[in-house]
Each structure stands twice: as structure tokens, then as C-alpha cells.
Design a protein around this ligand. Structure first.
Ligand code: GLU
Length: 516
């Protein structure tokens, strides 16, 4: 059986309108990781259907505007490889893409709604509204209360004119008729029916700053920018019935809606919050963010060492899956496989450990050279200089042990710095009375070798051990202790090949002197 979403999407294509989607953040601080997922799904949807994807900055609430937030958004998507076709940083046919620059556009529709008597002016002061809230429990500005308030429905035209002439600030509210079922056709949730009586007469416009509120600006722009599908977070579902009514009031076709599942806490119930990240030690923002007011720094995926490909892959699977258990998918594969129909209704647990797992997988998938170039920067920070070729080899040996590039240092520092101390536990377990003599003999064997490749060293050392009838394990353990300083590290003869003959002999000598 075909789902509602499949039928709707098919019908959409038969209508031959172009797919146009948008990401419409409000620049009120750093973008939450959930917002990044919303943008990613929009991007994948646009790519899949050969559509267009735009960035629109919803900055009509000047109170909540935070400087730097828009730049942060643009930088985030550059980093992740999610590109827009239009936006404030790119321009486009529907410019401007910042709502604060579209002020004049909205007023016309506010006036139209007022003229049609589908909206009205309200002059209630904050004090009057507060008094009403005390007077009436669960007060809501709606059909049941509006006739007892100060607005253009209750005042005479002369009074209204006087208020306006006197410069009394007002708001414009939508007039919602009670007791009507409003239907939101959602591609993920199916038919969502809300009775209009639960809705309030939301503010659409404030004369004080001449700006529309989110609701009006959002639908006017979606209409004017010819948005075909509104794909956004579940937190906007409660606004959707109001939006459906606004489209109807303005005689416009509503876009197709799809409300994505919430991102849930890694453990327990409820929405993922910054506090979860702080408590469990993972970022909830794509990039590091410094609060311009408090100076407080919040960690970001990029600075923590996540690869952008891993973040994209991880986020793609939070609320969607391709219908089989394939997990590793690059952007092209995601584009091909993504479908709104397969998004889930129920919230997606934010399993940050899975994010680390993805990073591990992408480190393994990337060519050693690429990882080595990143690692070289970390080596520089540790005042180590080494050739790229050498680092490529080392990366190849140890990368399977790390989730992050920066962890390579802990796994491989002994390649660059000879041990100065020897792990006590390992020494007491591995160092035998005969070890000094055996390592001296081993040094003599190695000193005679010309070909120091892993293969040939292994062959010669093993035949020497056999000949001497030494215990293989004992020799190998102290050999490793001498080279690494402890019992960790990759295959011992891979280590010797990279260190080279001189370094191996020096380390043997030093260990014998120190430990004998
Ligand atoms: N400005 C809203 C936000 O910050 C946009 C919601 C929507 O996509 O309609 O998420």
C-alpha cells in the first residue's frame, strides 16, 4: 500500500511545479544540531528532486537578534558541504533573503487581512493584558475574549483613528473563527486535525517596530519565494494550523508540510538540550560558539575533531533510514536514498556515541594521506617535525585505534619521541634478569642488517631467537618495552621499520642502561 506521503509527492510531481525548499533559521545564537539536521534533510530533498534550496534569515524579532549568528550559519554549511542555491550571502531571484530587509513587503498583506476583516487592530497595553490573565484563568486572546478587549472590533472607527493619530502602539491580530477543524496534511504525520477553538488570535504585526511576527513573515515569504515543501522541526507543528488558515485567508495554496521528529536526549525522555551535551561531554552545536555577551564558549563538532562527512552521515540517520541496515552513506548516496516517506514520526534518540563511531568509520575510509595532513598540524603543535611520508605510514598503522584524529598522538607519540621513562608495571612484569644480555645480543644482530624492512627484520630476529632457543614472547615484550616505553603499539616490526636502524639501536642501548 502506498503511503499518504508517497501519493502526495507523486501528485506534486504531476503538477510539474519545481521543488523549492528553504532553511529559515532565526539568528538568535548558535545553530542547534537539530537545525543542522533540518537543513540537511531539506538539502537532500532538493537534490533528490532536482529542486532548489534557499537560506532565509528570519530576523524580525530584533529583541532576540544576536550578532554573528548569521555568519555562523553560513560557515556551518560551508564546512558540512551543504550548499544553498540562494541566500543572503548569494543573492538570487527572490532577494532579499533577510526578513528585516523585506519590511515593506509584509505591510501590504497585513492591510489586506485587515481590509477583509480577517485580522484586526488591538490596542491593549501590557498592563491590561496582565490584568486579564489574573482575571481569567488560562486567558487566551480569542473569540471568547476578544469582544471584551480594546481593539478595532470593540472600538468605534473614530476611537481607532484617534489612537492611531495619537501614536498609540498597536498590534494586528488574526481573527480565528472558533469550532472549525483545521487540517494540516503532513507528509510525515499524515492528516493532522486541530480544532480552531484551541488557537488564539496570534499577533501578526507590531506597529511599534513596523515588523511582522514570525508567523506572517514566514508564510508570506514561503509564498512569494515559491516554496513547494516546508520541511522543518516538530516544534513548529503547533504553528502549522495557524499557517494553514493564513494561506486560506490570503487565497494562496499552502505548501506541502513535513514536520521532522524531535531529537531526544541520549538517555531518559525529553528534548535534547545543551545541558545534556555539557553533562555527557558532547557538542550540541556544529561549530564552537563564543557568546558575544557572556564570553562563554560552547564546544562544536568541528573543533572537537569530527569530520564533516561523519556529522552529515550521523545526522542523516537521526529520524530517517534507507529501509535497510546500511549505515555508511556519503552525500551522493544519501541524496539518492533519501525520502520523506521514510522519516519517522517518533523522536530520534541522540546517540552521541554513534556519532563517535561514525567519525571512527570515516577516519578508516579516508586515505591515510588525508588523515596524515591533519595529523601533521597536531604534530606541529607538539613541536614535532616529520615528513609527510613517514606520517602517512604511522597513520596507516594506528588509525584503526582512534575515533578522532587528535587521538593519533596518544597512539603514536613514541614514533616521534623516544621513551624517557619505562612503564613500571610493564617493567616489573616483563624485564627478566637475562633481558639486558638478550637485548644486547639482539642489538648486535640488528646492527649487522642492511635491509631494515619489517619483513626482513622479522625473519632474521625470529631465526636468531630460534637458534638461541630463547622464549619468543619474552624477547618481544622487552623489545617493545625498550622501543615504546610500555606494552602498547602496533606490530613490533612495523615499528622498527619506521624508526629505522639507528633509532632502534639507540633505544635498545638506552633501555639496557636504564633497566639493567
Ligand atoms: N524561523 C523559524 C526557526 O527559527 C523557522 C521555522 C520554519 O521553518 O518555518 O526555526
Amino acid at each position: 500500500m502506498r503511503t499518504f506521503a508517497e501519493i502526495s509527492i507523486n501528485r506534486w510531481f504531476m503538477s510539474q511545479r519545481k521543488v523549492r525548499v528553504r532553511f529559515a533559521p532565526s539568528p538568535t545564537g548558535p545553530l542547534h544540531i537539530g537545525g543542522v539536521r533540518t537543513a540537511l534533510y531539506n538539502y537532500l530533498f532538493a537534490k533528490k528532486y532536482d529542486g532548489e534550496f534557499l537560506l532565509r534569515i528570519e530576523d524580525t524579532d530584533s529583541q532576540r537578534f544576536v550578532p554573528g549568528a548569521e555568519e555562523y550559519i553560513v560557515e556551518t554549511f560551508n564546512w558540512l558541504g551543504i550548499s544553498f542555491d540562494e541566500g543572503p550571502h548569494l543573492g538570487g531571484k527572490y532577494a532579499p533573503y533577510r526578513q528585516s530587509e523585506r519590511k515593506d513587503i509584509y505591510k501590504k498583506y497585513v492591510d489586506e487581512l485587515c481590509e477583509k476583516r480577517l485580522a484586526y487592530l488591538a490596542f491593549d497595553t501590557p498592563e491590561q493584558l496582565a490584568a486579564k490573565r489574573v482575571e481569567i484563568a488560562n486567558f487566551q486572546y480569542d473569540a471568547s475574549t476578544r469582544m471584551s478587549m480594546t481593539n478595532s472590533l470593540t472600538c468605534s472607527p473614530e476611537e481607532i483613528k484617534k489612537y492611531i493619530d495619537d501614536g498609540i502602539p498597536y498590534v494586528v491580530r488574526i481573527k480565528i473563527e472558533p469550532d472549525e477543524d483545521v487540517v494540516v496534511n503532513d507528509l510525515i504525520r499524515g492528516k493532522v486535525v486541530i480544532n480552531s477553538s484551541v488557537l488564539d488570535d496570534k499577533v501578526l504585526y507590531k506597529s511599534a517596530d513596523g515588523l511582522p511576527t514570525y508567523h506572517l513573515a514566514n508564510i508570506v515569504d514561503d509564498h512569494l519565494m515559491e516554496i513547494s515543501h516546508v520541511i522543518r522541526g516538530e516544534e513548529w507543528l503547533p504553528s502549522a494550523p495557524l499557517h494553514v488558515l493564513l494561506y486560506r485567508y490570503l487565497n494562496w495554496n499552502a505548501p506541502q508540510f513535513a514536520h521532522l521528529p524531535l531529537l531526544l536526549k541520549p538517555e531518559g525522555n525529553g528534548k535534547l538540550s545543551k545541558r545534556d551535551g555539557d553533562r555527557l561531554g558532547f557538542p550540541v552545536f556544529p561549530l564552537e560558539w563564543k557568546d558575544p555577551k557572556t564570553g562563554e564558549i560552547s564546544s562544536g563538532y568541528r573543533e572537537t575533531g569530527y569530520l564533516p562527512e561523519a556529522v552529515v552521515n550521523f545526522l542523516a540517520l537521526l529520524g530517517w533510514n534507507p529501509g535497510n541496515d546500511q549505515e555508511i552513506m556519503n552525500m551522493n548516496e544519501l541524496t539518492e536514498l533519501f525520502s520523506i516517506e521514510k522519516c519517522s514520526k517518533s523522536g530520534a534518540k541522540f546517540d552521541y556515541k554513534k556519532g563517535e563511531w561514525f567519525n571512527h568509520q570515516y577516519i578508516q575510509l579516508k586515505p591515510d594521506e588525508e588523515i596524515a595532513k591533519m595529523f601533521l598540524l597536531i604534530l606541529e603543535e607538539n613541536s614535532i617535525s616529520s615528513s609527510l611520508d613517514n606520517v602517512i605510514k604511522i597513520v596507516g598503522l594506528v588509525k584503526e585505534r582512534v575515533n578522532f584524529v587528535k587521538e593519533l598522538w596518544g597512539q603514536s607519540s613514541f614514533f616521534f619521541v623516544a621513551p624517557v621513562t619505562y612503564d613500571e608495571k610493564t617493567v616489573s612484569k616483563r624485564w627478566k634478569p637475562e633481558s639486558a644480555i638478550q637485548l644486547t645480543e639482539l642489538g648486535d644482530v640488528l646492527a649487522k642488517m642492511d635491509d631494515f624492512s619489517a619483513h626482513s627484520t622479522e625473519e632474521i630476529v625470529k631465526s636468531w631467537i630460534e637458534e638461541k632457543q630463547y622464549h619468543l614472547g619474552n624477547i618481544m615484550n622487552v623489545f617493545r618495552l625498550a622501543l615504546v616505553g610500555e606494552s602498547k603499539g602496533p606490530h613490533i616490526f612495523d615499528i622498527t621499520e619506521i624508526l629505522g636502524k639507528k633509532e632502534v639501536l639507540d633505544r635498545l642501548k638506552k633501555a639496557i642502561e636504564t633497566l639493567k
